[in-house]
Design a protein around this ligand. Structure first.
Ligand SMILES: Nc1nc2c(c(=O)[nH]1)N[C@H]1C(S)=C(S)[C@@H](COP(=O)(O)OP(=O)(O)OC[C@H]3O[C@@H](n4cnc5c(=O)[nH]c(N)nc54)[C@H](O)[C@@H]3O)O[C@H]1N2
Ligand SMILES: Nc1nc2c(c(=O)[nH]1)N[C@H]1C(S)=C(S)[C@@H](COP(=O)(O)OP(=O)(O)OC[C@H]3O[C@@H](n4cnc5c(=O)[nH]c(N)nc54)[C@H](O)[C@@H]3O)O[C@H]1N2
Ligand code: SF4
Ligand SMILES: [Mo]
Length: 860
């Protein structure tokens, strides 16, 4: 039987039709009827089926390292929170939650903290993600409302992507954008890096990091001078503060200098915008994750308001969300700076919410925002902390300090689906949560569409839904009736009623008409978008009904520091999700990028002696981490880019969270992850190698560089070091060993067999070559290992497909390049027809396009 549900990953919120095919297996297809994706899925969604096994799951409550009953664990959590509050006051406890909770989970966590414990010390990883957009919307519109919908993309003539690597991070939105561009719309990408998204744009402005305000203010000035402002809209619907227009006084050339882009390109962008009423500007972390993130958001909103490009088909500012339920979290009010249901802490709102909840108390003021919250944990002011569905030991800035804070906190509870996470290692109590495929509830995507996530599997082991866990603790803390829910639908109906309670239209967030249904209606709920087309009538949810232009000025861009001369940028890879607790289970997704890379411009690499493919150490005042260097002119000189995905569990390097400063935008509290002063140095190694294992090693291989990805039936570790390799043998399983040593090349190859099957292969070399990994990986699944194991390849000629580009069909770079060359393939469609690459999810189509350009240039 098929179940309609929603993808576990990004804020695009694609609908999925899932058909269970076995106890823990499922066939995944795009839901042709879901408005977000109309049947399409990207590489991550397509391979969700690879992540639903029970490997690595936390299946029982744990107190310390001991299995405990639910009763014991819940009693302990309730008692420790109650005691801490009794002794030190409500401000001494905190929750740190996540945009990966469902709305119902989020609602009860928020209600418990703000309405019953009575403090607003509940913050969420959305602080690291969307809070600048929230603050910008509040300043401009009076409420955190995203006016756009995906349909606007189909109506736009110009699409601008600011600080968004859409092709990798919101692939299905990107496919929609491409389709529109194929029909004639223009695409402009504003990103310091030449991403795959930027490569396909009509215009790419590789601006200096943090110069977005200058760029947008320059655009505003251009529009004013070109007569492209919408004076009628401004007069009727927008408050313009005195002196506002003096912001926009810079000329084109000085803006081009500030942003460090050619003036001709800048002019092209400005002319295009001024001439194109139907323009959608999408923005994400390149804008939000900045110490001036809120100003950057308002700089974009200002341009759209001043030119009347808002609330109209194809004309919108569009903040796209990262996590599957970042928006649902904002709707319930799960940030420390909001109260509930799009209400803040104003007296009247507090009274409304308290009466609605019939609660004994209500938080009086905003609580601690994530960075301050973990600082308070570190300083001993927070004495009991409950982390749900997020991995702050990895993802917070200055994560080294966050780890110390967690280690020193008297009581840490972690609710997670996985047994072994970096954050879980610090927990006194670990609670097993239901994972995607087992959970039941709702999520809201980037364009306000609310969809159901539905269970495909029964709850495994003793896992429980997050809403259940929270309500059980609340009841044990003494609030039985207020948390007497039996099912997500009960919570949903309450959430709906709060959205309409005492809401005479002043709050746009309203789910009116959705509360009356029974449980069967909830089960059958179809995706719907709340709020219709906000602002279409020019009315905004401010007291006077007018939007506000917010004067923002470009902050001076700091000159490079002597010891930290480079700017470190951080972000995402196409096929990995955050701290990889789930994508790390998928062999197919693992192969797109197997190691954490630091991308460096060729000039910097030459100056600092960093070779392509060698190891390099990236350091900041907060900490240091290792990466493999990729020398590429897609980076601007002076800037580095590293991924956020690798953790202590999965690598000795690539631990990016250790590097950013614990500094945040003063308005939103969002950390500036995209620009940290840094230095880089080459790291010498004397040997390199790899380890392929059935399953996982007993412990992480002990050497300078060890980084893991999943492969079918096991794991692959890439290794490098500069001393002895003896310690590596401790990572090998028991079994029959065969070994070959070539002293001339300093090569050692060991295979371990168990019952005739390959259990492990360790290949190390000082000066020699290493064979491609694919054949050995395949050997893990053979009942009888091949006799040529130590050669690392099948008898006969070697095949090396190269790095996997098309994850759906497992097609490597070399295969694609060979096909382009031999069959003279001229476009992405031709590659698809010839070898199938790019014909399923389409996530690799930008990469294929680049290979074609590369090959054509090569040939010419
Ligand atoms: N594959 C994949 N997809 C994901 C996720 C994932 O982990 N993996 N995570 C999801 C989540 S939670 C989020 S929040 C989104 C994030 O989605 P994105 O925001 O698209 O992703 P990032 O890679 O964090 O950053 C986007 C771009 O901002 C650019 N940038 C850096 N500094 C500046 C600047 O000063 N100005 C401008 N204009 N640009 C700058 C970076 O170079 C980078 O290319 O992705 C979601 N989708
Ligand atoms: N340097 C740098 N740091 C960043 C960013 C950056 O661009 N640069 N981006 C930031 C952004 S935008 C984000 S969103 C964060 C993401 O960072 P995190 O939220 O820390 O990353 P995840 O790996 O998604 O963590 C989710 C955790 O919840 C668990 N989990 C999954 N589903 C459930 C569930 O249903 N219930 C429970 N209880 N647990 C579940 C997973 O196993 C995992 O351990 O990282 C932020 N950190
Ligand atoms: S774009 Fe990909 S990751 Fe995002 S919701 Fe759709 S299928 Fe899932
Ligand atoms: Mo995010």
């Amino acid at each position: 039987m098929s179940v309609k549900t929603t993808c576990a990953y990004c804020g695009v919120g694609c609908g999925i039709v899932a058909t269970r095919t076995g106890e823990r297996s499922v066939r995944i297809e795009g839901d042709p009827e879901h408005p977000a994706n109309r049947g399409r899925l990207c590489s991550k969604g397509t391979h969700l089926g690879e992540t639903v096994g029970l490997e690595g799951r936390l299946l029982h409550p744990m107190i310390g390292n001991r299995r405990a009953s639910w009763d014991k664990a819940l009693d302990l959590v309730a008692r420790r929170f109650r005691d801490t509050i009794a002794r030190h006051g409500p401000g001494s406890v905190a929750f740190y939650v996540s945009g990966q909770l469902l709305t119902e989970d989020y609602y009860v966590a928020n209600k418990l903290m703000k309405g019953f414990i009575g403090t607003a010390n509940i913050d969420t990883n959305s602080r690291l993600c969307m809070s600048s957009a929230v603050a910008g919307h509040n300043r401009a519109f009076g409420e955190d409302v995203v006016p756009a919908s995906y349909d606007d993309l189909d109506a736009a003539d110009l699409i601008i992507l600011v600080g968004s690597n859409t092709a990798w991070c919101h692939p299905i939105v990107y496919q929609r954008i491409r389709a529109r561009c194929d029909a004639g719309a223009k695409l402009v990408v504003i990103d310091p890096r030449r991403t795959e998204t930027a490569e396909e744009a009509d215009l790419h402005l590789a601006i200096r990091p943090g110069s977005d305000v200058a760029l947008m203010n320059g655009l505003l000035a251009w529009c004013r001078d070109a007569g492209a402002l919408d004076r009628a809209f401004l007069d009727a619907h927008v408050t313009v503060p005195e002196g506002f227009w003096t912001l926009a006084d810079g000329d084109l050339w000085s803006t081009a200098r500030t942003c460090d882009v050619p003036a001709a390109d800048l002019r092209r962008f400005y002319e295009l915008f001024a001439a194109t009423p139907r323009t959608v500007t999408l923005f994400s972390q390149g804008v939000n994750q900045s110490l001036a993130g809120t100003d950057q958001v308002n700089a974009i909103l200002n341009v759209h308001l001043a030119t009347g490009r808002i609330g109209k088909p194809g004309a919108q500012p569009f903040s796209i969300t990262g996590q599957p339920n970042a928006m649902g979290g904002r709707e319930v009010g799960g940030l420390a700076s909001t109260l509930a249901a799009h209400m803040d802490f104003a007296e009247g709102n507090r009274a409304i919410v308290q009466r609605f909840w019939a609660s004994p108390t209500i938080a009086a003021k905003p609580g601690l925002k994530a960075v301050d919250l973990f600082r308070a944990v570190g300083e001993g002011r927070i004495k009991a902390l409950w982390v749900m569905a997020t991995n702050p030991a990895v993802s917070m800035p200055d994560a080294g300090r966050v780890r110390e804070a967690l280690a020193g906190c008297p009581f840490v509870v972690v609710s997670d689906v996985m047994a072994d996470t970096d954050t879980g290692a610090f927990a006194h109590v670990r609670l097993p949560a239901a994972a995607w495929g087992e959970k039941d509830g709702t999520v809201t995507n980037s364009d306000r569409t609310i969809s159901r996530q539905r269970a495909i599997f029964p709850l495994p082991g003793e896992a429980k839904a997050d809403w259940w866990i929270v309500t059980q603790v609340a009841r044990r803390m003494g609030w039985k009736t207020a948390f007497a829910y039996d099912r997500p639908a009960d919570i949903w109906r309450e959430h709906v009623r709060l959205s309409t309670y005492r809401n005479d239209g002043t709050r746009l967030f309203s789910l009116t008409g959705r509360a009356s249904g029974g449980n069967a209606d909830y089960d059958a709920m179809e995706p719907f978008r709340w709020g219709g087309t906000p602002f279409a009538d020019g009315r905004f949810p401010t007291p006077d009904g007018r939007a506000r232009l917010v004067p923002v000025t470009q902050k001076p861009l700091a000159a490079p520091l002597r010891d930290w001369p480079l700017t470190l940028n951080t972000g995402r890879y196409r096929d990995h999700w955050h701290t990889m607790t789930r994508t790390g289970l998928s062999p197919k997704l693992a192969r797109h990028r197997e190691e954490p890379l630091v991308e460096v411009h060729p000039d910097d690499a030459a100056r600092l002696g960093i070779a392509n493919g060698a190891l390099a150490r990236v350091a900041t005042p907060q900490g240091e981490s290792l990466y493999r260097a990729r020398v590429t002119d897609a980076q601007r000189p002076g800037e580095l880019f590293v991924p956020i995905h690798w953790t202590h569990r999965t690598s000795t390097g690539g631990r990016t969270g250790l590097l950013p400063r614990p500094l945040a935008d003063p308005i939103s509290g969002q950390p500036g992850f995209k620009a940290t002063p840094a230095a880089i140095a080459a790291v010498a190694t004397t040997w390199r190698g790899f380890l392929i294992l059935a399953g996982e090693p007993a412990k992480r291989p002990d050497c300078l560089w060890a980084t893991r990805v999943a492969v079918p039936s096991g794991s692959l570790w890439e290794l490098a070091g500069d001393g002895g390799t003896g310690l590596l043998d401790t990572a090998l399983p028991a079994g029959e060993r065969i070994e070959a040593v070539d002293t001339a090349r300093g090569t050692r190859r060991v295979a371990v067999l168990a019952g005739g099957r390959l259990a492990a292969a360790l290949f190390l070399t000082e000066r020699g070559e290493l064979p491609p990994r694919d054949w050995l990986i395949d050997q893990l699944r053979e009942a009888e290992a091949a006799p040529t194991l130590l050669a690392g390849r099948a008898p006969g000629p070697a095949i090396d497909r190269g790095p996997i580009v098309c994850t759906c069909f497992d097609i490597g770079l070399r295969t694609i390049v060979a096909a382009i060359r031999e069959q003279q393939l001229a476009d992405v469609a031709a590659i698809g027809a010839a070898i199938g690459a790019g014909t399923n999810c389409g996530s690799c189509r930008p990469a294929l396009a680049r290979l074609i350009t590369g090959e054509t240039t090569h040939a010419a």
